[in-house]
Design a protein around this ligand. Sequence first.
Ligand SMILES: Nc1ncnc2c1ncn2[C@@H]1O[C@H](COP(=O)(O)OP(=O)(O)O)[C@@H](O)[C@H]1O
Ligand SMILES: [Mg+2]
Length: 442
Amino acid sequence: MDSEILAFRNVGYSYPQGLRLSERFPSLRREAVAGLTISVRAGECVALVGGNGSGKSTLLKLANGLLVPDHGEVLWNGDPIDRSRRGLARLRAEMGLLFQDPDDQLFAQSLVQDAAFGPLNQGATANEARERALDALERVGLLEFADLPPHVLSHGMRKRAALAGVLASHPRVLLLDEPTAGLDPSSEERFLRTLEEFRGNGGTVVLSTHDLRLARRVSDAAVVLRSGALAACGNAEDVLSDVAMLGRCGLAGMRTEHAMPKDPGGDAHSPARLLVLTGEGKGKTSSGAGMLLRAVGHGQTAVLARFVKARPSAEVEVLDRLGVRVVGGGKGFLPRDERSSAFQRHAQAASEAWVAAESVLASVQAPALVVLDEICYALAKGVLAEDAVRKALSVRRPGVSVVCTGRGAPDWLRTLADTVSEVGCVKHGYADGIPATRGVEL
Ligand SMILES: Nc1ncnc2c1ncn2[C@@H]1O[C@H](COP(=O)(O)OP(=O)(O)O)[C@@H](O)[C@H]1O
Ligand SMILES: [Mg+2]
C-alpha cells in the first residue's frame, strides 16, 4: 500500500433533474455530492458507507468518469482524468465499476459474450477475450453457465456475472456499488473470496455498502457520506466504531446483509401494511415515532416524512440520532386564512414533503417502515394532489409498511388501509403545566 491511485479534490456534482426540482422546491438538496475530498491508496480497500441517497453511487460514477464533476477534480494516478474517448476507455479498463443493479450492466446474449466485451474493447483477439471471459466466470463460480443468457439466472448469479464482466478487463481498481446487497450468505462468502483473491494480487477496492459488518470485515479505510457530504473518513476501525457519528448518518441499527431479503426490492412474503392513525386525540405522532424506533430496533429502514412541523422538534432530533431518516420539513399547521402568505408557505412545505415521501415510497429498501406524519391533516386541508397520493398509497411494495397520521383521514384512505385507529380525546401533559415545547431532554 503506497501511492495515491485515486483522489477527489473538493468534488461537487448535481444531476440536472435534481437542479430542476430544487428550483421548484427550494428545501430539496441541489447537489448530489458536494465538497468531497478523498484519497485512495493503491492496494487498499476503502468502504464507502452512507444511507440511501447519501451519494455513494454518484461518487463511484464520478470516480470512473461516467459523471463529470461540476467543480473540483478527480485525479487518477495523480493526474486529472483524461476525458478523451481513448482516455476514458483506458480508465474504465483499469478501474472497473460494478453497478448496484446487475441489469444495468449485463447486456449480451450470454455470460461469456458479456464478459468478453471488455477484453475485446481493449484490443484482445476473439480467442484471448473468450479465454479471459471464461477465466473470470470461473473466478465467480459461473463457468458452467457461460453460454446461458443472463436473464435466466437468479439476481445473485446476475450480480456475480456482472462482476465477472468487470474482472475480465483485468482492472487495477474495483469500484463496487453495494456488491453484496441481495446476496444470500453463501453467495456473499463466494464474493468475499473473489475479493480477497483480487486484493491478494495487489488490487485496490472501493466498495459502497449499508452493511457495517461487511465494511468492518473487509476494509482498511472508510468514508462515510451523509446527504452528499463527507461525514467522516480515515482508518476503518476508528471510523466504523464511532457509533454516535454513524447514528447521525442514519447507519445506526442498520441490518446486516444476512438478515436482508434475497431480493433487494423486498421479500415477496413479508407484509406491507397500511395503517391510519387519525382522530382528534393526542399521541398520533408519538405512536408513529414509537413504531419507527421499533423498526430501527428490528434492523428495518425507518423513514419519517413530516407534512407539518412537529413540536417539540426534539422528538425528531432523537429519531434522527437513533437512525430514523427524516424527510420533508413541514412548516406548521395551516392558518385559517387560505390567502395568507403563511398558509401558502405551509402548503408549499407540505407539498414538498410529498415529493420527498413519494420518492421514498417508490425506492426505499425493504424491509421498511415509512411514517407519513400529518399527511391526513394535509389531505383534509386540500394542499396535496389527492390523486397522486391515492395512487402511490395504493401500491403495496413487499416489506414496506406505511403509517399515515393526522386528523381528518379521508374516506378513500380509510378504505385503502388495513387498520384505522381513531385516537380519542386524551388530555395532554401540557394541560397540567408541563411545557410541551421543552420536549425531550437529551
Ligand atoms: N439520475 C438521477 N437524477 C437525479 N437525481 C439523482 C439521480 N441519481 C441520484 N440522484 C440523487 O442524488 C443523491 C445521491 O444519490 P445516490 O448517489 O444514488 O445515493 P446512494 O447511492 O448513496 O443511495 C440523492 O439525493 C438522489 O436522489
Ligand atoms: Mg446507490
